[in-house]
Structures are given as C-alpha cells and as structure tokens.
Write a protein that binds this ligand. Structure first.
Ligand code: HEC
Length: 187
C-alpha cells in the first residue's frame, strides 16, 4: 500500500460549500457535519503519514539556529530594528522557530532522531523553545525590543539545556559563518 496519503486539506474538497460557509460564519468553528458527511470524515487510518525528509540536525542548522540568530542580532545596537521591514524580518524568524518546535518532535533522517523524539526531556526542552519563540512573537507584535531580548535570553536557555543532554557529539552539518557571523568574528 502506498504511504503517500492525501493531506487532510484535500478532504475539505469533499465538504459541500454550504458547510464551509456556515463554518466561516461561525468564526471558523466548524459547524456540525450532517450525518451523511460524518461518514465521509477521515478515519484514523487516513491520518497523514509524515515521511522523514531531512534530519533534526538539518532543521537545527537551517531553521532553528538561522532564525534564532536573526532574533539575537536585534540586541546589537547596530542591528536593532529600525523600520517595519526589520520588524517584519523578526516576526518571520520568531514564527518560524515557534513552528519548528513541532518539526523536531517528528523523527527525521538522522540516525538518533527516532530515539530522541520519544524522550520526555526532549519534549520538555522543545516546549521551552516554543514558549520562548511565542514570547518573541508577542514582543515583535508590540514592537517591544526589551521584551524581545528577554525572550531571546529564554530561548538560549532552551537550546543550551537540550544540547547539554542530547548533543553529545559535534554533527557533520554545523552552522557556518553565514549563519553565525558573530561566532566567526565577521559582523
Ligand atoms: C530538544 C532538543 C534541542 C533543542 C531545544 C535545541 N537543539 Fe540544537 N541540537 C540538538 C541536537 C541533539 C543536535 C545534534 C544533532 C545530531 O547530532 O544529529 C543539535 C544540533 C544543533 C546545531 C548543529 C551543530 C552545531 O554545533 O553547529 C545547531 C547550530 C543547533 N543545534 C542550534 C540550536 C539552537 C540555536 C537552539 C535554540 C534556539 C537549539 N539548537 C535547540 C538538540 C536541540
């Protein structure tokens, strides 16, 4: 059997427009489906199947670390946000880190990924990271630099806590000067 199942959004096309309209009128709370439609709702076995595509380490370097540095750089007076574009970039970074929490709760292609995501502490550290990213999103919404830097400090704490326990080796794919210019003396 194929493991390529339809994503759940495709099932929406089966729902008559009237149901969608009712849902929209109800402020996105889905209206109860008529009995006939309930039978057509996806069963557990039709739930989307997530296939490993990249490793958790790749997500660390290219998604989490990359965007964390964008947030942390706001603490450098030379790079503090000055205009709407700067705040927009910070919003992008904060939302990406918040969303990436779920990405590292799914095993990727890394040899240790499947074991890590089942560990209680892994889940706890990931939640800490997501909470910090949500606080950063709130700070960006309010254009509150002080709150953003405080969220950035909490964020560092979540990285360090998890690395202390789980990042026992230096992986092959490490963050490079473009991601972390400050670590390489290039500002
Ligand atoms: C839930 C655990 C966890 C959290 C939270 C976490 N990391 Fe990681 N990170 C790891 C593990 C484990 C590795 C090593 C992966 C491997 O070896 O395959 C890693 C690898 C990395 C790497 C690549 C290796 C290197 O030294 O360059 C970077 C960069 C990184 N993490 C940055 C961060 C940053 C920044 C944060 C916080 C914003 C963070 N990580 C949060 C577990 C975590």
């Amino acid at each position: 059997m194929s493991t390529n199942r339809l994503p759940p959004s495709r099932h929406l096309t089966l729902v008559p427009a009237v149901v969608l309209t009712l849902a929209a009128l109800a402020g996105c709370t889905p209206a109860p489906l008529p009995v006939a439609e309930q039978k057509a709702a996806p069963t557990a076995s039709e739930a989307p199947v997530y296939k490993p595509v990249v490793s958790i380490n790749d997500i660390m370097v290219s998604v989490i670390d990359h965007n964390s540095h964008i947030l942390w750089n706001a603490g450098d007076p030379k790079r503090a946000p000055k205009n709407d574009q700067d705040w927009h970039n910070l919003e992008h970074a904060a939302v990406t880190i918040a969303a990436a929490g779920n990405m590292i709760l799914m095993p990727g292609t890394g040899p240790n990924d499947a074991g890590w995501v089942r560990e209680k502490d892994w889940i706890k550290f990931t939640e800490g990271q997501t909470e910090a990213a949500l606080a950063a999103m709130k700070a960006v919404d309010a254009k509150d630099l002080k709150a953003l830097l405080a969220a950035g400090d909490t964020l560092v704490g979540s990285c360090e806590a998890c690395h202390a326990k789980f990042k026992t080796d230096i992986p092959k794919h490490v963050a490079k000067p473009l991601e972390q210019p400050e670590h390489f003396g290039k500002k």
